[in-house]
Design a protein around this ligand. Sequence first.
Ligand SMILES: CC(C)(COP(=O)(O)OP(=O)(O)OC[C@H]1O[C@@H](n2cnc3c(N)ncnc32)[C@H](O)[C@@H]1OP(=O)(O)O)[C@@H](O)C(=O)NCCC(=O)NCCS
Length: 194
Amino acid sequence: MPEIPYPLVTERLVLRRFTADDLDAYYAYQKLPDTARFLLNEARSYTECMARIARFVDAPFAGPGDWATFAVEWRHAPGFIGEIALKWGVGGREAADGQPVERVGEIGWTVAPGVRGRGVATEAARAVLDLAFGGLGFRRIEARLDARNDASAAICQRLGMKLEAVMTDNMYLKGEWTSEAVYAIIREAARAEV
Ligand SMILES: CC(C)(COP(=O)(O)OP(=O)(O)OC[C@H]1O[C@@H](n2cnc3c(N)ncnc32)[C@H](O)[C@@H]1OP(=O)(O)O)[C@@H](O)C(=O)NCCC(=O)NCCS
């Protein structure tokens, strides 16, 4: 079972475990319809946010289906500003036949409106990819997004993820049919990006 070595520290950011103190700042953007516009969920209530943070705080990262959700803050200014989630997906290879563990997963990101346009999501996601392809033994990580979510697609491209599929009208979301884009990167390509 991989241990997540909290905190991850980047040039400008710290990625750490969530705490109960993050609730107000988390709710401040999760309650906005604009944040949820391209997400499967609706804008979230305070109670829903409370329950989610309670789960994030000590969520196990022990097998397929588990998520590790990192709280992001500036290194030099305290306070929660966003989140990066890493899912341990179904379909990897666990230790067997002397072969190394190779896992597959998914990544997602949301940052507060006040810090968008400054590369926070890209920098934080890059740190999580580095960890996943390094110590956590991941081979492939994908991102699934509403094909209209240009800001999210731009992050995928900055991270070196490749567009593998666009599934036309595969979900009815918030009153309209939308298409889903799948971006992915495998370990060798991620290492070549460095
Ligand atoms: C998707 C989302 C995280 C993108 O946020 P973002 O701030 O645009 O993304 P980044 O943090 O990578 O910042 C990129 C922007 O910062 C700029 N930037 C400034 N400094 C930068 C740096 N050091 N590195 C990279 N980009 C930098 C880029 O040029 C880009 O600006 P642009 O949008 O004018 O081209 C944000 O819109 C969001 O939280 N949306 C709601 C939730 C959501 O849809 N999540 C995705 C689900 S798939």
